[in-house]
Write a protein that binds this ligand. Structure first.
Ligand code: FE2
Length: 261
């Protein structure tokens, strides 16, 4: 079943793999009230599932750990159920690249996207180098991890050399667009690269990276509509539903149609 809005069709039952809906452990939801507001926003926008991505192994946020995340996810699901919100909440984390990352990975202290499987969501400082990012993909894959690169459009090195995105994909990165980037929320350079990468078919997944309860009730809806207008309904479905679903099932992600030829 699909639903229509302003003549643009969004896929029903979308899955978000990047958000900070858990309260009190990073720069996301401040408390349960805000967390619930965010969950309501997801349901209102047409989402069926959110895999949380609380910051982990991050220099600024130390409250979090895999057991804390898993316990909070369970509590969040209970909150959603108690408020009759039809939303499935799954564990996950967003890992910040810094020295010692591979040693930390070896301890198994992370939470894969969806709570199980081989996909891990990784972010870098916006000033990290292309070489560091490319090498990390190889190191992670040597350990059987399938790395997802959070918001590549934000990285300055890629803004200077967008064509390098192809090399990252070849190196093994799965590319995740932050939807706020396409409406200019993180600046014009980020927006420009995000749109270019969308047109080239260089993203595998689009996610909200929602940190706060939206001030306007159509906040998520607007960026979803913008995505459909930029790439069309079929491609939007690949980014918002098909690939997130494949990811949670442990399958490889589909490329854009026009890259398969
Ligand atoms: Fe994030």
């Amino acid at each position: 079943m699909s639903w229509f809005s302003r003549e643009v069709k969004l896929p029903a039952g979308m899955i978000d793999i990047h958000n900070h809906v858990l309260p009190g452990i990073d720069d996301g939801a401040g408390d349960w009230a805000e967390s619930l507001e965010m969950m309501r926003s997801f349901v209102a926008a047409g989402y069926s599932t959110v895999s949380v991505s609380s910051h982990l192994h991050h220099p600024l946020f130390t409250e979090s750990s895999a057991p804390v995340i898993r316990a909070l996810v369970q509590a969040a699901q209970e909150q959603a159920d108690a408020h009759s919100l039809p939303l499935r909440i799954l564990p996950g984390c967003e890992i910040y690249y810094q020295d010692g990352l591979m040693e930390w990975i070896d301890t198994g202290a992370y939470v894969p996207v969806g709570g199980e499987g081989a996909y891990l969501l990784i972010e870098f400082s916006i000033r990290d180098t292309l070489r560091v990012m490319k090498e990390l993909a190889f190191q992670l894959q040597m350990k059987g991890i399938k790395p997802i690169l959070a918001h590549p459009e934000r990285y300055e090195a890629l803004q200077a050399r967008p064509e390098m995105a192809r090399e990252w994909i070849r190196a093994g990165w799965w590319m995740q667009l932050d939807l706020p980037s396409i409406v200019g929320e993180t600046g014009v350079y980020v927006q420009r690269l995000a749109v270019q990468m969308l047109k080239e078919g260089w993203f595998h997944i689009a996610a909200t990276d929602l940190h706060k309860a939206p001030e306007h009730k159509d906040y998520l809806h607007k960026m979803l509509i913008k995505l459909v207008k930029l790439v069309g309904e079929q491609e939007a479905e690949r980014l918002l539903l098909t690939n997130p679903r494949r990811l949670l099932a442990g399958k490889s992600l589909e490329e854009a149609d026009w890259l398969e030829d």
